[in-house]
Design a protein around this ligand. Structure first.
Ligand SMILES: NC(=O)c1ccc[n+]([C@@H]2O[C@H](COP(=O)([O-])OP(=O)(O)OC[C@H]3O[C@@H](n4cnc5c(N)ncnc54)[C@H](O)[C@@H]3O)[C@@H](O)[C@H]2O)c1
Ligand SMILES: [Zn+2]
Length: 387
């Protein structure tokens, strides 16, 4: 036999930088001019951001002598579809853009996931850069290389790993973010603190008002801390075979709540409740102190996020959905659980910790809102995220 070794220098090929700052427009265009990622750029954004953010950025590209066009699609999760993916591809092709093109994803996680996915397959892959404009985008979606779209059968069912060539986080974009969007993003920030950074957690605990005021310096430091954590965890385990699972803290219960709410609950709101629930589970399992679980719940509440399970959500139904989410595996649901603020549990190196449904159900039951009269309040779904 003849063996032909093929060595992929993935780690090297896929390295990139995240720049965090304010008023980054000039910086971005200088950087791209120097790096020549593409001979031309197609900026892609959503309908809310087209005029306010897309047009000024395109003008900045052109002033710098870069060939740049701008296309957009209707804002919202309902655009993360094959139809809109096709429309973006058609738009890029209509501009006569070929493999010398680099894409620019300007927007929240929806724009980033869609554009990253188009970039992964257009001409068998073209470079793209992420310019996240939501807090979720800045601390989570723009980093890690996961791209994709939804299918009627499930969220993010079709996708690819494709890392951006750069991520530019301009915290000035946060100024116009609707309050509910901003708060939802804070859930992922708290998650970062709990899973890997006690100082981040304590900094927010010490001065929540600076966070809620969106103080740019405070937000820059927070976003930097979150980016470092996600980048480190993703580098250690790019395909989520083990350690990357810690990023799922709060997400096992969170996803189930999100699904049961018919996506009326924002992702961050569901994750907030999920973190409180899973921290309590870790407490019951003897992994986490009760006082640490209390601190997590207190910080989540202080930031304006929900901590209680709407009573319309029956614990058994929540767990049933969680079992379905993990359909590949039989038996117990595995959770990502903290052992203290800043560190996650592993059993013999495995970060998915299986818990008995009976324990989980008890915690979920305790977290359901109960009126002083003892009667459960009917669930009034929050309105869909509107901007
Ligand atoms: N790839 C990943 O690793 C990853 C991680 C987390 C989330 N996601 C995905 O991200 C999506 C959610 O992200 P999102 O919450 O950013 O959603 P989004 O992109 O839909 O943005 C939310 C809304 O905010 C508006 N908006 C964006 N920036 C704004 C600004 N600066 N000012 C005013 N309005 C602004 C948008 O137009 C949109 O209406 C989901 O589809 C989720 O699956 C992906
Ligand atoms: Zn999340």
């Amino acid at each position: 036999v003849i063996r032909v070794p093929i060595r992929l220098r993935r780690a090297l090929d896929e390295s990139y930088e995240i720049l965090i700052g304010r008023g980054l427009g000039p910086r971005i265009t200088v950087d791209l001019r120097r790096r020549r990622l593409g001979r031309r750029y197609v900026l892609v954004t959503d309908s809310h951001l087209h005029a306010r953010c897309g047009e000024p950025l395109r003008a900045a590209f052109r002033r710098r002598g870069l060939v740049a066009d701008l296309i957009s699609f209707p804002a919202g999760e309902s655009s993360k579809t094959r139809r809109v993916r096709d429309a973006i591809e058609d738009g890029v092709i209509a501009l006569d853009a070929g493999r010398d093109t680099a894409l620019v994803a300007l927007g929240g996680g929806v724009v980033g996931d869609l554009v990253g996915f188009v970039a992964a397959t257009f001409n068998r892959g073209v470079p793209y850069v992420q310019i996240p404009t939501t807090l979720i985008g800045m601390v989570d979606a723009a980093i890690g290389g996961k791209t994709g779209i939804n299918h009627p059968a499930g969220k993010n069912l079709i996708g690819a790993f494709h890392h951006p060539s750069a991520v530019y986080v301009d915290v000035d974009y946060l100024k116009t973010l609707p309050p509910r969007q901003f708060t939802a993003g804070l859930a992922e920030v708290v998650k970062c603190g709990v899973i890997a950074d006690r100082r981040l957690f304590e900094a927010i605990e010490g001065h929540p008002e600076r966070v809620l005021e969106r103080d740019p310096d405070t937000m820059s430091r927070i976003i930097e801390a979150c980016c470092r954590i996600k980048a480190r965890v993703v580098a250690e385990d790019p395909r989520e075979s083990n350690r990357r699972k810690i990023l799922n803290f709060g997400h096992t219960i969170g996803h189930a709540l999100e699904t049961l709410s018919g996506y009326r609950m924002a992702h961050g709101e569901a994750v907030a409740i999920g973190m409180v629930a899973e921290a309590r589970m870790a407490g019951r399992e003897g992994l986490l102190s009760v006082s640490a679980a209390d601190r997590i719940a207190a910080l989540v509440a202080r930031l304006g996020l929900p901590t209680a399970i709407p009573p319309a959500f029956d614990p058994a139904a929540i767990l049933e959905v969680a079992h379905r989410d993990k359909k590949a595996r039989q038996g117990r649901i595995a959770y990502a659980l903290p052992v203290r603020i800043g560190a996650m549990a592993n059993i013999a190196g495995e970060y998915g910790i299986p818990l008995a449904d009976s324990l989980a159900a008890q915690v979920l039951h305790d977290l359901a809102q109960v009126r002083p009269s003892g009667r459960r309040r009917p669930f009034t779904p929050a309105p869909r995220l509107a901007t």
